[in-house]
Design a protein around this ligand. Sequence first.
Ligand code: ATR
Length: 281
Amino acid sequence: MEKYAIIGHPVGHSLSPAMHNAAFAEIGLDADYRAFDVEPGNLESFMEGLAKELNGFNVTVPYKSAVADYLDQLDVGAATAGSVNTVKRMDDGSSQGYSTDGYGLEKALEESFGVKVAGKNFLVLGAGGAARAACFHLLASSAASVSIANRTFNKAEALADELKRQFPIASVEAAPASNSEKLANLVERADVLVQSTSLGLRPDDPSPFPKELLRADMPVFDMIYKRTRLIEDAGKAGALAANGIEMLVHQGAKSFEIWTGKNAPVATMRRVVENALAKMK
Ligand code: ATR
C-alpha cells in the first residue's frame, strides 16, 4: 500500500485526507492518506523518521517554508516562492518539493470567474504565507501587476521587495490596509481582488476590506472556505465572488498528479470537500 499524509500544526480539521482518500479509491490505487500533527520543534525528527516511509505528503502551516531545508530538490516554483506544500519521495529515496497553491489559485480564478492571470492586475490582501505563494505564482504566470495591502505595512513591503527582485519587469506595490486613500488608488487599476488573510475564519470576523471600495467589475476571490462577510459585500456590490474551495481542490489535484502521474478525479474531490464542509456547519 502506498502511504501519503499531510503535516502541519494544527492539522486535525484538514479536509485533505478525505479528499485524497476518495481520489485514490476512485482511480483504484491502494493508498492511504492521513493527517500528522507535527508539534513545533519536531519537524526534524519527523523528516528523519516517518517521512521516509511516505510516498508523498502535503505540508501546511507552519512548515511550508521550513520543510525546504530537509528536501533534496525543489522545483522552480517552490524555490522562487520559498514555499513547499507537496513532497514526493523518488524511487532512489530522494525527496522533491513542489508548491501547488499558486496553481490552485490560478485554476480557481479561471473556473470561478473565467479570469486568466496573464496581463491582469491583482490586489492581494495579506502578506503571510498564503499571500506569498499566491503573489509569486501570479507574477510567474505573467500577471501585469500585484499590489499587496496588509495590516502590518512592513510585512507587505518586505514581500513586495522580494517580488521586485524576482520579477524586475512586473509592477509591484505595497500599502497599509488601513490607508483607505491608498487602497482606493490600488483598487482603481485592480482587475481582481484576492483575499488571503485569516480574517473571516471566525463567524463574527469583520471584512478585511472596505465595502465602499468594491466594484461590480472586480471579482473577489476569498481563500477562506466559506461565505465570508467580504463575499457577501462583494455580492451586494454586484461583483462575482468565490470562496477558497476551488483553490483547495485544485492544489490537491495537482499534488495528486505529481504523486501518481494520473489525472486527478477533480469532481469527486470537490464533492468530498463540499460534503465535509456542509457537515461542519
Ligand atoms: P497564512 O499562512 O495563512 O497566510 P500567516 O502567514 O500567519 O498565515 O498570515 C496571516 C495574514 O493574515 C497576515 O497578512 C496577517 O496580517 P499581519 O501581517 O498584519 O499580521 C493577516 N491577519 C491576521 N489577522 C488579521 C486581522 N485581525 N486583521 C487583519 N489582518 C489579519
